[in-house]
Design a protein around this ligand. Structure first.
Ligand code: HEC
Ligand code: HEC
Ligand code: HEC
Length: 421
């Protein structure tokens, strides 16, 4: 039986972990990498554990001795600075020391963690983290996490969110899309190299979405050969803008799907990846790289509106939500539904089923991003085959913005009315 824990004394809970971290010899010698200046703010425990699963997961983390290679020092910085962790250190893959996990919660999807725990070296090419296959059992030939594996991931998702959720704050902003570099042989080679290193395990050698780990994921990795993109600013059936691909590579799909965020790669490298992705598609190959053409943009100004959203516009947005029947596919709370729950089928012409409609209740769960513009793009252009475009159903911009405000208000964690940073 598990030892009862004193929920009112977070400091007491932090102690055993800190002791584990400090007493165990760091792998490979030296201090674990990834311990940044953020550790200045590391007073208090690495996580406020709310559910039984999270608390049980902390025990698994300890028992598995994950702290042998990982510290939990990083904390959100004070005062509005995002302070996202930097990418893997250059020498990371030569060392057995893992990155600090103090800000891991909501950085990635649960299914990313499962694939990683099962096959770290496949998912993160060259990773020396040992696999934890004992936290899985085969179900119809596929590895499925045991209850302990699930608890461990619930704990990882709780790390670093006690006061602020930096990932949610970051996903609420539209990422910058700088002008692309000139396309030459060098950029192409760089793109292919980065693709092999960071994308191949999921999207596959031929870019067809059949990478070695693809079977782990609820939302399958995109097939770049077929090229049916979801998160884009062009009408259904049309290819995405290069800027759309750049945004996806920057933001990833949050906790909503396994696509990781590559914000930490230099912009030029992200553009090289856009090029690599386009090379897989017969219709996009050889079309170069273009910055976002002004005409395709979602109207200027709409981005700012929902932050000033008042009750009136949220109320008007709710009316639009009700009259357009959004809840029939997203549920009354907006948390998303499976096709069965929605009494329908979301199987496309190629036989691929969309497993769920969007979960609109958390910035990290919105796969296409949680900025007002990202929501507006979904409304104007639809998402895949089954989220219809409302460009005609919602022709007037003020009502559309009101609906965007309403959708953003479904996020219960949003610091909407908070004064100050
Ligand atoms: C022998 C050292 C070692 C041990 C033990 C270890 N890890 Fe790791 N871990 C690493 C290294 C190295 C990386 C960086 C490469 C990678 O992402 O796989 C890493 C990366 C990670 C990441 C990815 C962080 C991110 O978002 O990029 C997570 C999460 C993680 N480890 C969790 C765990 C958990 C949970 C355990 C215990 C079951 C564990 N690790 C045990 C070495 C280790
Ligand atoms: C851990 C698995 C994984 C890795 C690694 C990964 N992806 Fe993805 N990717 C996905 C999944 C899953 C989706 C589908 C996301 C969704 O539907 O929400 C996706 C979707 C995409 C999309 C399509 C977005 C759209 O509009 O439909 C692009 C582009 C993309 N990935 C590029 C990349 C690139 C480039 C890399 C490497 C730098 C990469 N991915 C690495 C899993 C992965
Ligand atoms: C017929 C069913 C259906 C209706 C009606 C519908 N949606 Fe969707 N919606 C979906 C599905 C399915 C997805 C996910 C599509 C995919 O991944 O291919 C989605 C995705 C979304 C997304 C993107 C989610 C993300 O993760 O980024 C948003 C935002 C959204 N819907 C909002 C709305 C709003 C607002 C309405 C009402 C105006 C609405 N939807 C009506 C089925 C529907």
């Amino acid at each position: 039986m598990r030892r009862p824990r004193n929920r009112t004394s977070p400091a007491g809970r932090a102690l055993p972990l800190a002791v584990v971290v400090l007493l165990s010899p760091a792998c490979g010698g030296g201090r674990p990498a990834g311990t940044t200046e953020q550790s200045q703010d590391s007073a208090g425990p690495p996580a406020t554990l709310v559910t039984d699963g999270e608390r049980a997961g902390e025990e698994v983390f300890r028992r598995e001795n994950c702290g042998r290679c990982h510290t939990l020092f990083d904390r959100p910085r004070p005062s509005g600075k995002s302070g996202l962790p930097s990418g893997p250190a250059v020498d990371l893959l030569d060392s057995r020391v893992g990155p600090d996990l103090g800000l891991e919660g909501h950085r990635r999807s649960d299914d990313w963690h499962y694939a990683h725990l099962y096959s770290p070296g496949v998912l993160v090419a060259g990773s020396r983290m040992p696999p934890s296959r004992h936290l899985f059992r085969p179900v119809s030939g596929r590895p499925v996490p045991t209850p302990e594996g699930r608890d461990l991931v619930a704990y990882l998702q709780a790390l670093g969110r006690s006061h602020r959720d930096i990932w949610a704050e970051w996903r609420r902003r539209e990422p910058d899309v700088p002008a692309p570099p000139p396309v030459d042989g060098l950029l192409k080679r760089r793109g292919s190299e980065l693709y092999v290193r960071h994308c191949l395990a999921c999207h596959g050698e031929g870019g067809d979405g059949r990478g070695e780990l693809a079977g782990f994921f609820t939302f399958p990795p995109r097939d770049f050969v077929a090229g049916r993109y979801r998160f884009k600013s062009t009408p259904a059936g049309r290819p995405p803008e290069d800027a759309d691909l750049f945004r996806t590579i920057t933001l990833g799909a949050g906790t909503g799907a396994a696509m990781p965020a590559f914000y930490w790669l230099a912009a030029e490298d992200r553009w090289a990846l856009v090029l690599a992705v386009k090379e897989f598609s017969p219709s996009l190959r050889g079309t170069g790289l273009r910055a976002e053409p002004a005409g395709s943009r979602v109207e200027e100004g709409s981005g700012a509106a929902p932050d000033r959203a008042d009750d009136t516009s949220v109320r008007e947005g709710r009316r639009a939500w009700e009259s357009l029947g959004c809840a029939s596919c997203h549920g009354s709370t907006g948390a998303g539904m499976t096709p069965r729950e929605a009494h329908t089928s979301w199987r496309d012409g190629a036989g691929e089923e969309t497993p769920r409609s969007g979960d609109l209740t958390h910035a990290c769960a919105l796969r296409g991003g949680a900025s007002p513009r990202a929501i507006e793009r979904a409304l104007l252009f639809g998402v895949g085959d089954f989220m219809p475009s409302y460009a005609e159903g919602l022709p007037d911009a003020p009502t559309r913005r009101a609906l965007v405000s309403f959708v953003l208000s479904l996020d219960g964690t949003r610091p909407a009315d908070r004064s100050g940073p």
